[in-house]
Design a protein around this ligand. Structure first.
Ligand code: SF4
Length: 486
């Protein structure tokens, strides 16, 4: 579809809103075009204010904004969105669960609204002004309260540490991450040199953090699938962490074990001995047909067996990731997955909505189209009801672009077992030092909101061949804290 903007440039919100209604159609932007086929969003100055209109195919909606309203620019943007929303909702007959809210962090907005208007006022803002459905507004408020409590524990000198291991045993059809399947010999031979350099980067970051006197809050090893590494390599990485960082101050040490087909007793022992406090075992579904369809090389039984093994070895904080909306999954089979997961009773359950990313095999090769949002709505409603009944609370939330039905991803936990890194990282409350290919260090101003990023090379081969270039960028960490203080 063509989105034609006239008299304003609120393209971000308007474009995203069009995608909510037409997830499978590319949106092409035009400015002041004379096109009959386009959806035209127009702002015109009129007596005492501004008229924001949307017109398409003979349909027309308009919203008036008085010129003297506080925060005029924001109100104009909201009005442009509202006109488009009304027009597209009538045209498609679809009522998006998150209304006009297109941002990726609803809980962040909810936290700031709660501070300004209180809980009820913030929920009302969501439902009345942004047209968010009441159950989603309440969910955002519940998450916001948990997040706010966790965020308040972060101090100006706090930081978290992230390590990236961008290797997997095979590639999932929905994956858009830079992660190499070690099935390919050329990727497999990168693993040893990669780990050797990762140890050097850990040492460099550890020395900088020590010199600056930063306080380590959480450690997260993600990827990819870190347990694609051997038990010896995992021990080497964790050993290096222990030598270069004060792990005793860390309140959480998570390793994304991820794929059940990479987890062995030996690797779990290595992680346990290294002081890992939380692991993730991510089946995504307990439906074998769906697992096969998405390119997984393990069964639901493998995931359950791995989970039990981790329990036997003493892991008492386990997260399990699920995805709602995978191709060939149905609300009925998703419900069976949920029942199976509740039987295992992990401390954390994270339920994502499938996002159809352009670089995934699912979209780029198989040309997959978004499923009906109604099926995902049912899956998520079941999740919310069963998690709540089962004593889980929602503690973090984010949304991704191109997610089916424009739904959310939510982390549920038994009280007191929240994945802290997830919250700190998502809300960007303190610095995250990041090592490895594709990792992004985010420096957060200790007494303000400024954030600066240092990017590592995206692909393992670049990380290896240009490592020295990359380590020189890390010098910015010291000058950043010199400029902004601690
Ligand atoms: S396990 Fe995760 S990172 Fe690896 S291919 Fe699958 S989705 Fe991508």
């Amino acid at each position: 579809m063509i989105l034609n903007l006239c008299g304003h440039d609120f393209h971000y919100e308007c474009e995203n809103l069009c995608r909510v209604f037409y997830p499978n159609d590319p949106v092409r932007l035009a400015y002041d075009a004379d096109s009959k086929d386009a959806l035209t969003s127009r702002m015109t100055e009129t007596d005492g204010g501004f008229l924001l209109s949307a017109a398409w195919d003979g349909a027309y909606e308009e919203v008036f904004v008085p010129a003297d309203v506080p925060q005029l620019h924001d109100e104009q943007e909201l009005a442009a969105s509202l006109a488009i929303y009304r027009l597209l909702a009538k045209r498609t007959g679809y009522t998006p669960p998150w209304g006009m809210l297109t941002g990726v962090r609803p809980s962040k907005l909810m936290i700031s609204l709660m501070r300004e208007y209180g809980e009820d006022g913030a929920i009302r803002y969501f439902t009345d002004r942004l047209l968010v459905q009441p159950d989603k507004a309440s969910l955002a408020a519940a998450v916001a309260m948990q997040e706010d409590r966790i965020l308040r524990t972060s101090k100006p000198d706090s930081f978290s540490l992230y390590l990236s291991v961008p290797f997997c045993p095979s590639r999932c059809s929905y994956c858009s991450f830079v992660s190499h399947s070690v099935n390919s010999p050329s990727a497999k031979k990168l693993v040893d040199p990669y780990v050797a350099l990762l140890l050097r980067e850990i040492a460099q970051c550890g020395a900088i953090a020590h010199e600056l006197g930063l306080r380590l809050e959480t450690v997260y090893i993600g990827g990819g699938t870190p347990t694609t590494l051997s038990a010896e390599q995992l021990s080497a990485v964790c050993g290096s962490l222990a030598r270069h960082f004060p792990l005793q101050t860390a309140r959480e040490f998570t390793v994304e074990a991820g794929r059940p087909d990479t987890i062995t007793a030996e690797k779990l022992r290595a992680l346990k001995d290294a002081g890992v406090t939380r692991i993730s075992i991510n089946p995504q579904t307990l439906n074998d047909d769906v697992l096969e369809h998405i390119g997984r090389r393990h069964t639901a039984a493998d995931a359950i067996e791995t989970y039990r093994l981790a329990r036997e070895m003493g892991f008492d904080n386990i997260n399990m990731d699920l995805i709602a909306g995978l191709e060939t999954d149905t609300p009925h089979s998703f419900r069976r997955t949920l029942d199976g997961i509740f039987e295992l009773s992990p401390e954390n359950i994270t339920v994502h909505t499938l996002a159809l990313k352009r670089s995934s095999r699912m979209v780029a090769v198989d040309n997959a189209r978004a499923q009906d949002g109604a099926a995902v709505a049912e899956m998520l409603a079941d999740t919310q009801r069963l998690c709540t009944d089962g004593g889980y609370v929602p503690y973090y939330m984010y949304r991704q672009s191109r997610s089916v039905g424009n739904f959310e991803n939510v982390g549920w936990c038994r009280p007191g077992t929240e994945g802290l890194y997830n919250v700190f990282m998502m809300e960007e409350v303190h610095t995250v030092l990041a090592c490895g290919a594709g990792a992004v260090t985010k420096l957060r101003e200790p007494h303000g909101k400024w954030i600066e990023r240092i990017f590592n090379f995206k692909y393992p081969y670049e990380y290896i061949s240009r490592f020295d270039e990359l380590t020189s960028r890390k010098a910015r960490i010291k000058t950043f804290y010199t400029e902004y203080g601690i």
